[in-house]
Design a protein around this ligand. Structure first.
Ligand code: ADP
Ligand code: MG
Length: 320
């Protein structure tokens, strides 16, 4: 991080970046060869090992992966709470490696909203739902006059209404169900009209019926407000609720599933899911474990370039 960088510098640089077409130039979130190494007591953990990810404006994306695969590390970086060891990451034109403290604060308050798994972490217990939603606006705008206060309260009520929480306006968190608290947390995250909402296992503490309501709330925010949303989840049912699900494995993007609605010959609409393997910028590709196990592929394969595809054949001469 360059400490001498001013907000004006960042904004000028962001404008320059936007002006030239580069990798991910039209993406809202762009991670390029992102690396995060943690060192504790001489032990090194590579939580992210050259992760590439592009997210377009307006997407609702699910991020899945085994425990320890680097999902929370990635969200922490995108939230501006943590700084990567190497690589680049930009969100809405903000360079996450180059922000000074002031830009970082503004970024966290106004550009991203966050929803944590622990409902208790998202809301202040002594404030009502409406007061919780007003608070982020107050923090970024300052006090203002009666007019500003009234506008903030009105917007908070709009957000609560949009997420089906009008009845919770004057309730404190402990007077609300877990699902209502998490939906209020989404309203809080939306308070400053952020470009992106990041959610780390937001339904981890909830039953599946309640989890469905939370996803409906995220979808509403995505569709009605156009907010780009990235949700980390363990919930397999989620995959069927979003268009794009990206799987992370060992700190890298491994594969993704994209769902499309297609109309067949008889005019019937149906959802078609297609799985893709990620190819990084240097051409690296990870074969799915089921494939390598099914064909007993180890160490190396033979690649043949055909007219419109690449053939991958196990190396039988290797004596495996
Ligand atoms: P996930 O959210 O996918 O379960 P994490 O991003 O939390 O995975 O962790 C990825 C790896 O990085 C794990 O091996 C974890 O132990 C390690 N890790 C995460 N945060 C820290 C930290 N602050 N210090 C040391 N190691 C960490
Ligand atoms: Mg995690």
């Amino acid at each position: 991080m360059t400490s001498g960088t001013t907000l004006e510098d960042l904004e000028r640089r962001a404008a320059e970046q936007r002006a030239k077409p580069a990798y991910g130039h039209d993406a809202l979130i762009s991670c390029d060869q992102l690396v995060r190494i943690f060192r504790t007591d001489g032990v090194e953990v590579q939580a992210l090992q050259g992760l590439d990810l592009l997210v377009a404006e307006g997407e609702l994306l699910a991020l899945v992966g085994a425990s320890g695969s680097g999902k929370s590390t990635l969200l922490g970086i995108l939230a501006g709470l943590d700084v990567p060891t190497a690589g680049t990451a930009t969100v809405a034109g903000f360079d996450l490696l180059a922000m000074d403290a002031r830009a970082r604060l503004r970024y966290r308050r106004e550009v991203v909203g966050f929803v944590w798994q622990q409902t208790a972490r998202n809301l202040l217990p002594y404030l009502t739902a409406a007061q919780n939603v007003v608070l982020p606006m107050q923090l970024s705008e300052g006090g203002g006059g009666r007019h500003a206060r009234r506008r903030r309260v009105a917007f908070a009520e709009d957000l609560l209404g949009l997420l089906g929480l009008a009845h919770c306006r004057d309730r404190r968190p402990q007077q609300m169900s877990g699902g209502e608290q998490q939906r209020a947390a989404i309203a809080v995250a939306l308070a400053n009209s952020p470009a992106v909402i990041l959610a780390d296992e937001p339904t981890g503490e909830l039953d599946s019926a309640t989890a469905e309501q939370i996803f409906a709330a995220f979808r509403t925010a995505n569709e009605e407000l156009g907010t780009t949303i990235v949700i980390v989840t363990h919930d397999q049912a989620v995959a069927t609720q979003v268009r794009r699900t990206v799987a992370i494995r060992d700190g890298r993007m491994a594969s993704e599933v994209v769902r499309r609605t297609e109309v067949d010959a008889s005019g019937q609409e149906r959802v078609v899911a297609r799985e893709y393997a990620a190819v990084d910028r240097t051409g690296r590709l990870q074969l799915p474990q089921q494939y390598t196990e099914a064909l007993d592929i180890r160490e190396r394969v033979v690649l043949d370039l055909e007219e419109d595809h690449i053939r991958v054949t196990p190396d039988r001469e290797n004596g495996t």
